[in-house]
Design a protein around this ligand. Structure first.
Ligand code: CNA
Length: 281
C-alpha cells in the first residue's frame, strides 16, 4: 500500500473525508493515542525531536545514555539526574494545547471512546477530559511513593523537593529511608493494569487518531496495530511513524498537530468552539 492506494471506508484519504465520516455519524467510538508531541506547544520538550528534545539536552547530566534518566536500575544508584529533569517537567506550570482541547471536545460531544496517553504531564485532565476516559499508560506525576516500602509521599513535600531538584526520601525516615519516585513508569517497570484492561477498546474503535508520538516505546507503540482494517486511522505528527500509512483508510496529517486539528475542526465546523474552549482554560 502506498499513499495513493484508494480508501475503502473513507471517500478518499484526506482530512476532509474524515470530517465527512464524523459528520455522517459513523464515528461514534473514537480512540485517541497520544505522546509528547501534543505537549511541545505547551513548552514541554519531547524525548526524541532533534535539538529540542530532552534526549538531545541531557548531555549536561553525564548519563551513560539519555534513556538512563528513566531507568529504574540507574535511578536506584543515582536519582539526582531524574530530579534535575523533573524540575522542568513538573505539572502546574503548563497550559493544555489546542490538541488537548480537541480531544476534550470529542469527549463533550460523546464521541471519545478512550484516550491512551504516554504523557506524564497531566495536561489531559487539565483540559477537562473526564478521568474515566483516560488511560495514562506511563503513569503520571499526580502521585508518588517510596520505591522500597511503597509508602505514598505527600504532594506538598514533593513539590518543594522538585522545585529544589532535591531527592526526596521515604517519610518513614530511618526506618526505611528509600528513594521516592513519582508514579511514572520507568524502563524495567510494568505498565498500569488499566492499560491491559482497556487495550481491547482499540479493536472496537470506528475511528482512531494518533497524535504526537514517535511510536518507539513498547507495548504502547503496538496499539495502533489493533485498529481493524477498514477503520480509518489518522496520524497528526511531524513525521510518519509506526505502521501508519500502510492501511487503506490511513490518513497522514503530517506537520504540527495543533495545525492539523485546527484544520479538521474547520472542516467539522467546530473551530469556534475549539478556540473558545482553549482560551477559557
Ligand atoms: P517522542 O519519542 O519524543 O516522540 C515525539 C513525537 O512527536 C515525534 O515523532 C515528533 O516528531 C512529534 N512531535 C513533536 N512535536 C510535535 C508537534 N508540535 N506536532 C506534531 N508532532 C510533534 O515521545 P513519545 O511520547 O512518542 O515517547 C514516549 C515517551 C515520551 C513516554 O514514555 C512519555 O512519558 C515521554 N515524555 C512525555 C512528556 C510529557 O508528558 N509531555 C514529555 C517528554 C517525554
Amino acid at each position: 500500500i502506498n499513499d495513493d492506494t484508494p480508501s475503502e471506508t473513507l471517500r478518499e484519504r484526506s482530512l476532509a473525508a474524515v470530517a465527512e465520516y464524523i459528520k455522517s455519524g459513523q464515528a461514534r467510538r473514537v480512540v485517541v493515542m497520544t505522546g509528547a508531541g501534543i505537549s511541545t506547544a505547551a513548552g514541554i520538550p519531547d524525548f526524541r525531536s532533534p535539538e529540542t528534545g530532552l534526549y538531545a539536552n541531557l548531555a549536561k547530566l553525564n548519563l551513560p545514555e539519555p534513556e538512563a534518566v528513566f531507568d529504574l536500575r540507574f535511578f536506584e544508584k543515582n536519582p539526582k539526574p531524574f530530579y534535575v529533569l523533573a524540575k522542568d517537567l513538573y505539572p502546574g506550570n503548563f497550559h493544555p494545547t489546542v490538541s488537548h482541547v480537541f480531544i476534550s471536545l470529542l469527549a463533550k460531544k460523546g464521541l471519545l471512546h478512550q484516550l491512551f496517553t504516554q504523557n506524564i504531564d497531566c495536561l489531559e485532565r487539565a483540559a477537562g477530559i473526564p478521568s474515566e476516559l483516560i488511560v495514562e499508560a506511563h503513569g503520571s506525576f499526580a502521585s508518588q511513593r517510596c520505591i522500597e516500602c511503597k509508602t505514598s509521599y505527600p504532594e506538598d513535600l514533593m513539590r518543594e523537593h522538585v522545585a529544589r531538584a532535591d531527592v526526596p526520601r521515604c517519610i518513614r525516615g530511618t526506618e526505611c529511608g528509600g528513594l521516592v519516585k513519582p508514579d511514572i513508569v520507568f524502563f524495567h517497570e510494568a505498565l498500569p493494569s488499566l492499560f491491559y484492561e482497556r487495550k481491547d477498546l482499540v479493536e472496537k474503535a470506528d475511528l482512531a487518531l494518533v497524535m504526537g508520538t514517535s511510536l518507539q516505546v513498547h507495548p504502547f507503540a503496538g496499539l495502533p496495530n489493533y485498529v481493524p482494517e477498514g477503520v480509518p486511522r489518522v496520524l497528526f505528527n511531524m513525521e510518519r511513524v509506526g505502521s501508519l500509512g500502510t492501511q487503506a483508510d490511513d490518513v497522514l496529517a503530517l506537520g504540527d498537530c495543533d495545525a492539523g486539528v485546527r484544520e479538521l475542526a474547520d472542516l467539522l465546523g467546530w473551530r469556534e468552539d475549539l478556540e473558545a474552549e482553549w482560551r477559557s482554560l
